[in-house]
Design a protein around this ligand. Structure first.
Ligand code: CO8
Length: 280
């Protein structure tokens, strides 16, 4: 079965999926609670990203199904991306239950971060708590002008539990992450852009989706195995020393030589024609 057929066979209560021209839009749709992340949302996101991860398999292997070349992750409406974990579902969890819930969600964020194709967050309003953390797991974030970001967990007697203490500091630096997490202060899209949390700000949701699709289309026009290798190398090299990172890059770089996509890309350039990649 292809990825499209697999996705079509799944039923969702809280997600809307749209596959168009090799791009998959995943929209969290619980507008009545500003798209808050209930255990059902997490389970359904795990089903989608787990399936993609499994179906895309080992990058470069014969027969890889490249029918999905990029993912836009967003929330329905113009008010919220995701206003956090669903507070009503968390209220009565025991420490063990919260650990299991957080572990499953953290694993989901790792699946997004290590997915073989780019995942871009389209933040169209509030991205708070778990919402901000979900966006941070994506390769980069585009936002609408009315977007706002925050880690308000301390107001609930909590701390970020879906990767925020780790990924926010990677994104904006330790001091800015400390200030956001320790005070719970919300920042608007202009400040998020200034801090580097957001890469581009668009005037409204329509322009936001178009910009994300355009960016994903651009990546989808390249060699998918090269894109996957670049994404993995950037992530894996992040915490290594310069020398270790360079060694990792060397292996990944050399590993591309002689592959069908590398021979096709370089030949197409020399023959002044458009490359036709097979994803191997
Ligand atoms: N959970 C549940 N319901 C929510 C949430 C949420 N996170 N956010 C909003 N809602 C609901 C509101 O209760 C309200 O419902 P109702 O209409 O029934 O009263 C509806 O959505 C609309 O919200 P508001 O009326 O509050 O809308 P406003 O425009 O006035 O305010 C805000 C919008 C500022 C976003 C406000 O709703 C708010 O502060 N929401 C909570 C934000 C928050 O604290 N998020 C962090 C949650 S904790 C978290 O994400 C931790 C992750 C790690 C946990 C690990 C656990 C295992």
């Amino acid at each position: 079965m292809t990825i499209a057929q697999h996705l079509a066979s799944l039923e969702f209560e809280t997600l809307e999926l749209r596959l168009h021209d090799g791009l998959l839009d995943v929209t969290i749709a619980r507008p009545e609670v500003l798209n808050a992340l209930s255990p059902t949302v997490i389970a359904e996101l795990r089903a989608v990203f787990g399936l993609l991860r499994e179906q895309l398999g080992t990058v470069g292997a014969e027969g890889t199904d490249w029918s999905v070349r990029g993912v836009m992750l967003t929330g329905t409406g113009a008010k919220a991306f995701v206003a956090g974990a669903d507070i009503s579902a968390m209220r009565d969890m025991t420490p063990d239950e919260s650990r299991a819930y957080s572990a499953e969600t953290q694993e989901l964020t790792t699946w997004i971060e290590t997915l073989q194709v780019p995942v871009v967050a389209a933040v169209n309003g509030f991205a708070l708590g778990g919402g901000c953390e979900l966006a941070l797991a994506c390769d980069y974030i585009f936002a609408s002008e009315n977007a706002s970001f925050g880690q308000p967990e301390v107001a609930l007697g909590l701390i970020p539990g879906f990767g925020g203490t780790v990924r926010l500091a990677h994104s904006v630096g330790v001091a800015a992450a400390r200030e956001m997490i320790l005070t719970g202060r919300r920042i608007d899209s202009t400040e998020a852009l200034h801090l580097g949390l957001v890469l581009r700000v668009l005037p409204d949701v329509g322009a936001l989706h178009e910009a994300v699709h355009e960016s994903l289309r651009l990546a989808a026009a390249q060699s998918p195995v090269a894109v996957a290798a670049a994404k993995a190398t950037i992530r894996d090299a992040r915490h290594l020393s310069t020398d270790e990172g360079l060694a990792l890059e060397l292996d990944a770089f050399a590993g591309r030589f002689g592959t069908p996509d590398m021979l096709e890309g370089t030949s197409a350039f020399l023959e002044k024609r458009r490359a036709s990649f097979t994803g191997r």
